[in-house]
Design a protein around this ligand. Structure first.
Ligand SMILES: O=C(O)CCC(=O)C(=O)O
Ligand SMILES: [Fe+2]
Length: 318
């Protein structure tokens, strides 16, 4: 498969149609030139402020979720991040392809460190029987999986070659019939899925849109850091108006959004996972969590001791 076949430019007159054509045929499309350089620069500026250090006790910073990965609720990066996730052209492509309204179910800024092992293997995001958590009432059925139940999108924040997103072309048409994990598929199907893997090498600002049912993942092992926006849109005709976990937004950033954008953002939607159980809060299970919490709680001890001493000295002098 030629790389050009999956890559389109938004300057093309029929790019929405071309994007849908690629999604139907291959399950993935790379769109160029959607966002101008000023917009990407604003994102980079905000990213650099937020990805210097982990957030500790309310400080600006990212959430560490594993050795190689750190995340940030996307909209903490401000308006330019909302303009990407709620771009009307992107919404049009997704809703036309899904033949349904959609809701932005997840939106994270994700930073990967390079590793010489695979920590996130190729997988499908949905299969029959899928539910978001043990407690979720909704479960994907045989009829549901025939539709594009979820659409992922990834924005590259720099030229991305090593560690790029990869997708097995056409694998969305398997409807995940042996589940979400490649190892559970008969050997000849595994072989075919692997042969059709297409590595979506791309440049800063490229937006990849993909059908979550197809096999995909980051191309690992990888030699380079990777900074991306990772978005997931769910199909309303399947899930209703539902987000995975409610988005964290700054209220002042919502001013220019229209009705459609607010609806896609999850205004009035149901929530599947509570904030305290969502992936960004995973550090609570880390070996050092209680120790670090203790350090933070006592981190002002020197001011406290200074005040105590001051009081003691004052008492002695009186
Ligand atoms: O990080 C990637 O390249 C893929 C992400 C992904 O597959 C997921 O979050 O489900
Ligand atoms: Fe995935």
């Amino acid at each position: 498969m030629n790389r050009q076949n999956n890559t389109i430019s938004c300057s093309s007159k029929y790019f929405i149609k071309e994007a849908i054509f690629n999604l139907e045929k291959n399950g993935v499309v790379i769109i160029k030139n959607l966002f101008n350089s000023d917009h990407l620069e604003e994102i980079e500026h905000s990213w650099n402020k937020n990805f210097k250090k982990p957030s500790i006790s309310g400080t600006l910073g990212y959430y560490r979720t594993s050795f190689a990965k750190a995340v940030l609720p996307l909209f903490l990066l401000g308006k330019p991040s909302l303009q990407v996730a709620l771009d009307k052209r992107v919404i049009a492509i997704i809703e036309k392809y899904m033949k349904s309204k959609c809701t932005l179910a997840e939106a994270n800024a994700v930073w990967h460190k390079p590793t010489n092992y695979i920590y996130f293997p190729v997988h499908s995001d949905f299969a029959v029987g899928w539910k978001k958590s043990q407690l979720s009432k909704f479960k994907i059925g045989q009829k549901d999986i025939k539709h594009p139940v979820g659409i992922g999108a990834m924005l590259y924040l720099h030229d991305t070659y090593s560690g790029a997103f990869k997708y097995s072309l056409g694998s969305h048409k398997l409807y995940s019939k042996f589940g979400q994990h490649l190892k559970d598929y008969p050997k000849h199907i595994q072989k075919k899925i692997n042969e059709n893997i297409f590595i979506c090498k791309g440049q800063k600002g490229d937006l990849i849109i993909f059908d979550d049912r197809g096999f995909h993942g980051p191309d690992q092992p990888s030699k380079k850091d990777r900074s991306v926006f990772l978005l997931d849109y769910y199909r309303n005709n399947t899930f209703g108006s539902t987000v995975v976990s409610s988005h964290t937004v700054k209220i002042t950033d919502l001013s220019n959004l229209d009705k459609t954008q607010l609806r896609v953002l999850g205004l009035g939607a149901q929530e599947m996972v509570k904030r305290e159980e969502y992936v960004g809060t995973r550090f609570k299970k880390n070996l050092f969590y209680n120790f670090i919490a203790w350090i933070v709680d006592n981190a002002y001890f020197y001011i406290h001791i200074k005040l105590l001493l001051k009081k003691k000295i004052k008492n002695l002098l009186n």
